[in-house]
Write a protein that binds this ligand. Structure first.
Ligand SMILES: Cc1ncc(COP(=O)(O)O)c(C=O)c1O
Length: 397
């Protein structure tokens, strides 16, 4: 079968909830993807940062296969011998006292929302069913009905209501005065991305994260940081909030936590917050299963062993510098942190993503004019040189 045959089946029999580029992936290793017709591409998206460690990372694969032969799922009705080891690894790497494992990113965000509300009622003493969590303009935290209810992107929320707007007031991302004005006696949390990924790699003004942390502390509010896309090396630190030396009350992780082998996500918090949820009040059949835990432990070890954070910094700096050197009237600006780059154009980005695909570089447009560049962190300088050459070429056409 050829590319068009697969696309025809997909269009006919699959829901149309995505608008993918017309490349049908058959194989992927490291930074490279091969399609069903044998054409090779350089991956500059890394499955939205889920494969920071590179596609089919051999070390994670080994852990995955080893665990598959033992036990994959116990449910949390019983304990398993891998989950405690993941808790230990998480604690050692991040300093948070506890971890609550889930599967998808959106589920982990939901978990943080439940924790914040429960803490709000039980510890802060907010009146029953009045808890508010302040979100940010331009946010992306997933696709559940609760989460899209506080999105300001019509493509996310339109036609899926009703929503409870009072429960999630919105402040302008990066504007601390606006955030202040949204705080009430019922505010239990402020939920933000330290850098907005889906928004187009939007970096908030310097001092914003610090000011959010201080404001939360002063008002007895939980600072909740969604590091699902920004974290685990993508932005050049273990967590992007490290850039401002803050310590959120909750950190939400996902995506690269499994290196792409399996959906693994979760919430980091200290006991004072985490233990407000009691047995039977939250969970998931697959969350914290032994296969997920074995994969996550190895995925975290690979980030350390293979110096992926340093690589992200070094290669990111190189990539950004090279992109900034391109002389093209079509480029509005190049912004980024680590290997997470927003190439903002003065015109629609999708046609350029299609041209780049034809040239063998896979990346994805976001918010009309932005090309998001986020390759696996194992990318080399030679790969970057090649990608920049292609980007320069398509922009010149
Ligand atoms: C910051 C952020 N939060 C949450 C999510 C949702 O994760 P998932 O698609 O695994 O539900 C995403 C996905 O892109 C994300 O970027």
């Amino acid at each position: 079968m050829k590319t068009q045959d697969y696309i025809a089946i997909e269009n006919e029999l699959g829901a149309h909830n995505y608008h993918p580029l017309d490349v049908v992936v058959a194989d992927a290793k490291g930074c490279y993807i091969t399609d069903v017709e044998g054409k090779k591409y350089l991956d500059c998206l890394a499955a939205y940062s889920a494969v920071n460690q590179g596609h089919c990372n051999p070390k994670i694969k080994e852990a995955f296969l080893e665990q598959v032969d033992k036990v994959t799922l116990t449910s949390r009705a019983f304990r398993n011998d891998k989950l405690p080891m993941l808790y230990k690894k998480m604690n050692e790497m991040t300093g948070y006292e506890m971890f609550l494992p889930m599967n998808s990113g959106a589920e982990a965000v939901e978990t943080a929302i439940k924790l914040a509300r429960r803490w709000g009622y039980d510890v802060k003493g907010v009146e029953k069913d009045k808890a508010e969590i302040i979100a940010a303009s331009g946010n992306f935290h997933g696709r559940t009905t609760t989460i899209v209810g506080f999105s300001d992107d019509p493509a996310s929320y339109s036609g899926f209501g009703p929503y409870c707007k009072e429960a999630f007031p919105m402040h302008e991302y990066g504007n601390i005065e606006d955030l202040k004005s949204k705080i009430t006696k019922n505010t239990v949390g402020v939920l933000i991305e330290p850098i907005q990924g889906e928004g187009g790699v939007v970096i908030p003004p310097d001092g914003y994260l610090k000011a959010v942390a201080e404001l939360c502390k002063a008002n007895n509010i939980l600072f909740i940081c969604d590091e699902i896309q920004a974290g685990l090396g993508r932005a050049g630190k273990l967590f992007a909030h490290y850039y401002e030396n803050v310590r959120p009350d909750m950190v939400i992780v996902g995506k690269a936590l499994s290196g792409g082998f399996y959906p693994v996500s979760g919430v980091l918090a200290d006991k004072a917050v985490m233990l407000t949820i009691k047995p039977g009040e939250h969970g998931s059949t697959f969350g914290g299963n032994p296969l997920a835990a074995a994969v996550a432990i190895r995925a975290l070890e690979v980030i350390e062993e293979d110096n992926l954070i340093e690589r992200s910094n070094e290669m990111g700096e190189y990539f950004i510098e090279k992109l900034r050197a391109i002389k093209s009237p079509k480029i509005e600006l190049v912004r980024g942190r680590g290997l997470w780059i927003g190439l903002v154009l003065k015109e629609k980005a999708r046609p350029y993503c299609i041209k780049l695909m034809n040239e063998g570089v896979l990346c994805k447009d976001t918010h009309e004019t932005i090309i998001r560049i986020a390759p696996p962190l194992v990318i080399t300088k030679e790969d970057i040189d090649w990608a920049v050459e292609k980007i320069e070429k398509v922009l010149a056409e």
